[in-house]
Design a protein around this ligand. Structure first.
Ligand SMILES: C[S@@+](CC[C@H](N)C(=O)[O-])C[C@H]1O[C@@H](n2cnc3c(N)ncnc32)[C@H](O)[C@@H]1O
Length: 334
């Protein structure tokens, strides 16, 4: 029921974005000032509502500042569907119906992504980080480089990793296979990830060579030429190393084995949207899932909580290396 409701809201979101684009506006960054698609929510009241509701969902307001317009638009539509006139009415609904919190949590999900997002970090991954991890794995006799993309959205991030590996690195490490677990809480984005069909806008940071080799143009934009409306399908050989699985980073037990991943990408999710307590818990879980010397990559605007205990800085600010666990002298062991 919730899933059905959510996809309904996502379609309306898309219509709203198109409407805003036609009106010359951006999307997801300005306070919503009203639309035929939902109840008008005054900007100030909307911010006050989010500042009240987000901590109750284990989320933090500063992460939502830039996307508040998009979230409030969804809340306005939800209010209209429930026949509620004001945010005060919606608060009362939340107080009387605990299941509504789960709907609100879904409405607060941000799924924006694109291929090779923040290209500087991908350059560092290709030039320094992945070669280092591959050398260590090869020296240790491993045949697989295990990676986890946590909060993978529609697959843009793990697919970028797979393209980078196959086109730039795989030839140098013939005995090593890339294996990527890609997880997200949202079934709809996982279904899109499985289809691996992307609009040109998701590929604007992809080099021409990657585009030519890794994607099949499905052509046919509305103008019949290679236009902004073109869509591109990722070729199967670049999809093969990736398994897409539903997983809630904030609630489910971590996937994989302790120390099982050489690389974890957790970008623009935990360290932007979750509150400090959840960030600490997630960081502990990610650290535990990383092999010693393994690497955690976060978003370009994200910091690890408490300075990232158990991690040392990598070659760029988004990259953190899991420190070796100090072996305690015998007399300190229990
Ligand atoms: C803004 S996107 C980031 C995508 C990609 N990592 C990137 O940086 O481009 C955040 C993704 O995290 C997912 N997400 C939100 N809460 C989550 C949770 N508790 N567990 C797993 N995924 C979650 C959303 O569905 C969304 O696809």
């Amino acid at each position: 029921m919730i899933g059905k409701t959510l996809s309904h809201y996502r379609i309306l979101d898309r219509l709203g974005e198109i409407e805003m684009a036609l009106a010359g506006g951006g999307c997801g960054v300005s306070p919503w000032r009203g639309s035929p698609h939902g109840r008008p929510v005054a900007a100030d009241a909307g911010v006050a509502f989010l500042q009240w509701a987000l901590p109750r969902l284990g989320l933090r307001w500063p992460g939502f500042r830039k996307v508040r317009g998009q979230v409030l638009k969804r809340v306005g539509r939800r209010m209209r569907d429930l026949g509620l006139a004001s945010l005060d009415d919606y608060r009362r609904r939340l107080a009387s119906d605990p299941a509504e919190w789960s709907v609100l949590s879904d409405l607060c999900r941000v799924t924006i992504s694109r291929f090779r997002r923040d290209r500087g970090v991908w350059d560092a991954l290709g030039e320094v980080v992945l070669p280092g991890l591959a050398r260590r794995a090869t020296a240790a006799g491993a045949r697989t480089l295990r990676c986890w993309s946590a909060g993978c959205a529609s697959g843009e991030e793990p697919h970028t990793l797979a393209i980078l590996w196959r086109l730039e690195l795989a030839d140098r490490y013939p005995g090593l296979r890339l294996d990527v677990l890609a997880t997200d809480i949202d079934e709809a984005v996982l279904a899109r990830a499985g289809r691996a069909v992307y609009p040109r806008s998701a590929l604007k940071e992809v080099p021409d060579r990657w585009l030519e080799v890794a994607f099949a143009p499905d052509g046919a934009g509305t103008r019949g030429d290679r236009s902004a409306d073109d869509v591109f399908t990722l070729r199967p050989e670049f999809r093969a190393p990736i398994r897409f699985v539903r997983h809630d980073l904030a609630a489910d037990p971590p996937p994989g084995d302790p120390g099982g991943f050489q690389l974890i990408l957790c970008r623009n999710l935990a360290f932007t949207y979750l509150d400090l307590e959840n960030q600490r818990r997630v960081l502990g879980m990610l650290r535990e899932r990383l092999a010693e010397g393994g690497v955690l990559v976060v978003g370009a605007h994200e910091e690890l909580p408490d300075g990232g205990p158990g991690f040392s800085p990598g070659p760029v600010r988004e990259v953190h290396r899991r420190a070796r666990t100090e072996k305690k002298p015998n007399h300190e062991r229990i």
